[in-house]
Write a protein that binds this ligand. Sequence first.
Ligand code: DHE
Length: 558
Amino acid sequence: MRNFVIAIVVAVFMAGCVQPVVKEEAKPAAPPIVKPAAPPAAVAEPASYALSKEEFEKMRQIYFDRCAGCHGVLRKGATGGALTPDKTRVKGAALLRAFIYTGTGGGMPGWGKQGVLSDAETDLMVKYIQNDPPIPPQWSLPDMKKSWKVLIPPEKRPTAPQHKRDWQNFFVVTLRDAGQIAIIDGDTKEVVSTVDSGYAVHIVRMSMSGRYVYTIGRDGKATMIDLWMEKPDTVAEIRTGLDARSIDVSKFAGFHDKYAIVGCYWPPQMVILDGATLEPIKIVSTLSYTYDTEEFHPEPRVASIVASHFKPEWVVNIKETGQIWLVDYSDPSNPEIKMIEAERFLHDGGWDASKRYFLVGANMRNKVSIVDTKERKLVANVETGIKPHPGRGANWTDSVYGPVWATGHLGEGLMAAIGTDPDKYPQNAWKVVRRATMLGGGNLFIKTHPNSNWIWVDHTLNSDDKIKRSIGVYDKNNIGDKLYKSWEVADYGRAVHFEYNKAGDEMWVSVWGRMDVPGKVGEIVVYDDKTLAEKARIKNLVTPTGKFNVYNTVNDIY
Ligand code: DHE
């Protein structure tokens, strides 16, 4: 463990966040401190909080890797509570230690108990969070430009696919801890190409043509991959910030593939990029006031982003302020922004089947916020259950309630379906019309397909070893109050995230293993969607998490 060349960090889990096995060389350093609130050598008073410069640095990196996703860089709190000294010092060292070591019922993992932090590190973290948080630097256009590379300019790219494969049935798979993307042929299940990406690529979206893949890593690095190349590879890349989770493209008629947008966690900003080269065009800060109490927030992070089909607009969800911004990209250097009050803290979400309404989890208020992108207004905040976590959600036409969109929950074993057709089913619109149980809490993703009889769910963050490896299906024609069937996908790791093939007759599920355990690094299991029988295992993929089929991602099929 002390050999940092090949060092491995053990898999760990946070509320809504899992940060497993990370190869040291793939991991970015935590952003440098611009102006620590207190000098690291004698960081705070009294002496019981004091850390040496080395200890402070070490804890800063661990905090960035493990804690910042949920608690925020400035520790103001989001999915996890606030950890500013006014709160932590009152709690005291013993209580803080218990939280860090054992975790909480609310989803905070037991870092000490799981062996991720040693006893000594747990004690240091207790001190670290009683000190003022250091403030990372901003990241402006000159910083971005320094990292911007066009590896293959548009005029040198192929004008037609250079291979005979059905590239629309490619799956683009995050190999999280390897810092790579695997491109897998959905027909043959062969890995066609493995491309280096940013650290822990978080999501993948496609250009409207489907030909280009856009990825965003936790280190803020965006890459653009051309699927028409004989061996798909990166054609452009840029670091848009120091920490980011979302990316999308311009999808309105007349703007196809013209622009891309990245939503950053740090600095709190969004960046509009040229869609063909990733050249940065405009940076917009998200610094603002919370929608409800109108208090200034120093770190409003950009969560999910989708591209409207009704206007040249992106729907940008600002987590901490609870605002949904509609950002007009028709004049990207001078973007108009409509700020819609929604709910806190906005996280992930997806379209209803008509692609008019966007539904997004506001996890700490147990609600789903719904925006009408045609009328450009909030239509409802619907209470669903404890910590909704939809991914992009799942759409089907329910035999009783008409079109519905569903989410699972982190905090309880519950699937909740919301009616989404206010014209034909006004009595059901924006209400939870179905609730059904899962094996337990810790669900991250839910998926279905218009051709399928099933709705698939995982239990990735459940603390029980068997349950975290188990997936389940509801029978669309007879949902009732429980799963039709559930089973363990593997005897190691965690089952996470679903994706259909282009035809909608196969379901792909990731087994998220550990890159330090030979033979158990991870794989993808493929099921026949009609019979639920296992069809194939694509082995030796290092910690696969999200996977995105080109055709389904372009067409928002979920
Ligand atoms: Fe995610 C989507 C943020 C932890 C895998 N994740 C998203 C989105 C956000 C987000 C804002 C929506 C993007 C969009 O649609 O534009 N995720 C966060 C976090 O802040 C959090 C809780 C902690 C962190 O520090 O990252 C977190 N996420 C995780 C994981 O631990 C997962 C399981 C594995 C990983 O790779 O880190 C994970 N998140 C995913 C995936 C999606 C995602 C696969 C896209 C789902 C989809 O089908 O679109």
